[in-house]
Design a protein around this ligand. Structure first.
Ligand SMILES: [Zn+2]
Length: 382
């Protein structure tokens, strides 16, 4: 059994439940919320002689720790490693018992993303002990990444006008440096009609039929989006995930609605998506259908490949004997939320996103240990 420091840290973190209730009422208090884990990290980091404090409220607090490099002119790196996990329904084993089996450490959050925090805390401890910290570090364990990123907002408020030079979000990228990912916009479309008796439908206006034409127009829009792929991320996509309408078979429906999930590329905004949807409706002559809500659920990430964050992570990976070329991923992260607040950055961490959120979540022990080496290079290297 492995006894390296990062694996001991990771087992401690997995054993402390930090489930994001995701708006549900049925998640027991004993496992819901991030504050227990934030408190654990605060005392662990203070034990290393680092200033650490909690921000946010109630059971949903985040931890923020700061360490200064010797060089006052050094750049400032913010490492964000979310504390929350998805719920534990249907897991194949005790989600909070961090058993190691066949080189895999199991448990909810083992991969997404407690392994990243364990590797970073181990790296920091090593650098403070016998290396030299080359960057000012703000180490954040933030709440609520899996739903609304309340933790990032609490952390930015805590920092006030201060902004780090760049951010590193530790999500499972199998140790590849990720400089871009898609974001998510949700849009609601509503059709208004005129109700009447179904025996004489021409006296009314059918909202379900109007909305169906809109769905066809959106599908044509989705096909056009597919023709213009991003070099790393593929095309933007559009999926109609919900559709409702009508009251009874014998009433011409006066209202119908749908919700579309639009995966956005770097550079797209909620405004550009709304304009695109409105143009599609207008081109199809669908005046009775309107875009009534459009919200940015997760921003995209689009840091340029030659940004300092990408170069620093690539160098650290290569010095540790790993491939350093940057790539893109399909899933959203808090790095996009930070970029939306003016802080560019990257995503880099141990484990595979294919293991995250599953009934058998695990992370490879050797990958967490290798990640700690790379993070130590990143903190101490030029
Ligand atoms: Zn995650």
């Amino acid at each position: 059994m492995s006894s390296s420091a990062c694996i001991r840290f990771l087992r401690d973190y997995v054993a402390i439940p930090s489930v994001n209730p995701m708006g549900r009422q049925d998640v027991p208090d004993e496992i819901s919320g991030e504050t227990r884990l934030a408190e654990h990290l605060r005392s662990q980091l203070r034990g290393l002689g680092i200033d650490a404090e909690l921000v946010g409220e109630g059971a949903r607090q985040s931890v923020v720790a700061e360490v200064r490099a010797a060089d006052p002119n050094a750049e400032t790196l913010l490492v964000a490693s979310h504390l929350d996990t998805v719920p534990v329904d249907g897991m194949a084993f005790d989600p909070f018992d961090p058993v190691i089996h066949d080189g895999q450490l199991r448990g909810r959050g083992a991969c997404d993303t407690k392994a990243g925090m364990a590797a970073m805390v181990d790296a920091l401890a090593r650098v403070l002990d016998r290396g030299r910290l080359r960057r000012h570090l703000i180490l954040v364990g933030e709440a609520d990444e899996e739903l609304s990123s309340v933790g990032v907002r609490d952390v930015l408020e805590h920092l006030g006008p201060r902004r780090p030079d760049w951010v590193l979000a530790t999500e499972p990228t199998e140790m590849q440096v990720v400089h871009c990912h898609k974001g998510v916009v949700h849009a609601k479309l509503e059709a208004r009609g005129l109700a009447c008796h179904a025996s004489n439908p021409s006296a009314g206006r059918n909202a379900v039929v109007a909305l169906s034409h809109a769905a066809v127009a959106l599908e044509a829009l989705a096909e056009r989006l597919a023709l213009d792929p991003h070099p790393r991320l593929g095309p933007a996509t559009l999926n109609i995930g919900l559709m409702h309408g009508g009251h009874a078979p014998n009433i011409v429906p006066d209202h119908a609605s749908l919700v579309a999930d639009r995966r956005v590329l770097p550079g797209e905004s909620v405004e550009s998506v709304r304009a695109e949807l409105e143009a599609a409706l207008s081109d199809a002559g669908l005046e009775e259908v309107a875009v009534t809500a459009c919200s940015l659920e997760k921003p995209a990430l689009g840091t340029s490949e030659d940004h300092a964050s990408v170069r620093a992570c690539s160098r650290a990976l290569e010095r540790a004997g790993r491939p350093g070329s940057p790539t893109g991923v399909a899933f959203g992260t808090d790095a996009g939320v930070f970029e939306g607040a003016g802080v560019p950055g990257v995503v880099l961490g141990p484990g595979s996103i294919a293991r995250a959120h599953t009934a058998r979540e695990y992370v490879e022990v050797d990958q967490v240990e290798a990640m700690a080496e790379v993070f130590a290079e990143l903190l101490s290297g030029v």
